[in-house]
Design a protein around this ligand. Structure first.
Ligand SMILES: NC(=O)c1ccc[n+]([C@@H]2O[C@H](COP(=O)([O-])OP(=O)(O)OC[C@H]3O[C@@H](n4cnc5c(N)ncnc54)[C@H](OP(=O)(O)O)[C@@H]3O)[C@@H](O)[C@H]2O)c1
Length: 309
C-alpha cells in the first residue's frame, strides 16, 4: 500500500470532505488537495500543469457544480458547461499522466425519468431524462461515458459511481437552496429555538426516497477503488427508502421539536419513488453501516457546532 498519492478533487464539499476524513486516517495514502482558488479545474492549462507536477497515482473526482432543483432548472447552460470543463480536464490529464485509477462521481439523476424501481445500472440511456436537470445529467453522462471509453479504448482503470441522495457534515443547509434533509434539519432547529407551534412541509409526505450518509459513501467509494474495475457505472445507495413523512418524523424527534408537523398538499410531491438497485456493490462486500436515525443525529450535531446563520 505504500506510496499511493490520491488527489481528492472538491475536498471542501460534502463528498470530498468525507473522503478526506477517510483517506486522511488511512496509512499508506498521501492525500493531495487544492482549493478552487489554488486550482480552478475549469482551467485546462492549470490542470495540465498540476498533473505534470504532482503526478498523483489515484484520483477521485468529487468536484462539480452542484445545485438544487431551482438552480438546475434555470441554469442548464452553466451546469452543462462547467461540469464538462471540470471533468474533461481532470479525466484527460489523469489519463495522460498515467494515473493508475480514477473514480468519477455521477448522480442518480442520470437515469431516465420513468424507470422501473429499484433502478439498475443497465437502465442508463434507455429513455428520456427528467427535463428539469437535463443540463447537469447530460454532463454527468458524458463524464461516465468518457471514463468508459478510456477504459475500453486505452485500457485505463477509470470507473464511475452513481450515489443516491447524500447528506452529512458540510452539506448545504441554506433554507433557499438546500435539499430536503438538510432543509428540514435547519427548519426544525429554527422552529425549536423560536418555539413555533408548527412546521409546514411541502407535499403530502408520501414520496419515497433513500438517503446515504457521506461517511458511508466514502467507505463505498474506497471499496470500489480497491475492488471494482468494470467499465459499467455502479450504484451506491442504501437499497432501502423511507417516505418523506418518516424522514420528517425522525428529524423532528432528533432535533427535539415539540410542535406539530403540517403538510401543504397544494405543493408538488415530485416523483413517487426513486430507489437505486445496489446489488452489484453489495456483491463486493459493501453495505452502509449507519442507520438513517444515527446519520441524522451525527449531521444535526455537526450542524449545531458549525452552521452560522
Ligand atoms: N449531494 C448529493 O446529494 C449528491 C448526490 C449524488 C451525487 N453527488 C455527486 O457528488 C459530487 C460532489 O457533490 P457534493 O454534494 O460534495 O458537492 P459540493 O458540496 O457542492 O462540493 C463540490 C466541490 O467542488 C468544488 N468545485 C466546483 N467547481 C470547481 C472548480 N471549477 N475548480 C475547483 N473546485 C471546484 C467546490 O469548491 P468550492 O468549495 O470552492 O465551491 C466544492 O468543494 C458531485 O459530482 C455530485 O454530482 C452528490
Amino acid at each position: 500500500m505504500a506510496g499511493k498519492k490520491i488527489f481528492i478533487a472538491g475536498h471542501r464539499g460534502l463528498v470530498g470532505s468525507a473522503l478526506c476524513r477517510l483517506y486522511g486516517k488511512m496509512t499508506g495514502w498521501e492525500v493531495v488537495t487544492r482549493t478552487r482558488a489554488e486550482l480552478d479545474l475549469q482551467d485546462t492549462d492549470a490542470v495540465r500543469k498540476f498533473f505534470g507536477e504532482e503526478k498523483p497515482s489515484h484520483v477521485i473526482l468529487a468536484a462539480a457544480k452542484v445545485g438544487g432543483i431551482h438552480a438546475n432548472a434555470t441554469h442548464h447552460v452553466e451546469f452543462l458547461l462547467e461540469n464538462m470543463r471540470i471533468q474533461n480536464n481532470v479525466i484527460e490529464f489523469a489519463a495522460r499522466s498515467d494515473v493508475e485509477k480514477l473514480l468519477f462521481l455521477g448522480s442518480s439523476c442520470i437515469y431516465p425519468k420513468h424507470c422501473p424501481q429499484p433502478i439498475k445500472e443497465e437502465y442508463l440511456l434507455s429513455s428520456a431524462l427528467e427535463p428539469t436537470n437535463e443540463g447537469y445529467a447530460l454532463a454527468k453522462i458524458t463524464g461516465l461515458k468518457l471514463c468508459q471509453h478510456y477504459c475500453r479504448q486505452y485500457g485505463k482503470d477509470f470507473i464511475s459511481a452513481m450515489p443516491s441522495n447524500l447528506y452529512g457534515p458540510n452539506d448545504n443547509f441554506d433554507l433557499e437552496t438546500s435539499h430536503v434533509l438538510p432543509a428540514l434539519i435547519h427548519r426544525f432547529h429554527l422552529a425549536k429555538l423560536n418555539e413555533q407551534p408548527t412546521v409546514t412541509v411541502w407535499g403530502t409526505g408520501s414520496p419515497l426516497r433513500e438517503f446515504l450518509h457521506v461517511d458511508d459513501l466514502a467507505g463505498g467509494i474506497h471499496t470500489l477503488m480497491e475492488k471494482y474495475d468494470e467499465d459499467l457505472p455502479i450504484n451506491i445507495g442504501v437499497g432501502k427508502d423511507v417516505t418523506i413523512l418518516e424522514l420528517a418524523e425522525i428529524i423532528k424527534e432528533t432535533v427535539g421539536f415539540g410542535g406539530e408537523l403540517e403538510w401543504d398538499s397544494s405543493q408538488p410531491d415530485g416523483t413517487p419513488r426513486k430507489l437505486l438497485d445496489t446489488s452489484r456493490i453489495n456483491a463486493l462486500g459493501w453495505k452502509p453501516r449507519m442507520t438513517l436515525r444515527e446519520g441524522i443525529r451525527n449531521t444535526y450535531e455537526w450542524f449545531k457546532e458549525h452552521y452560522q446563520e
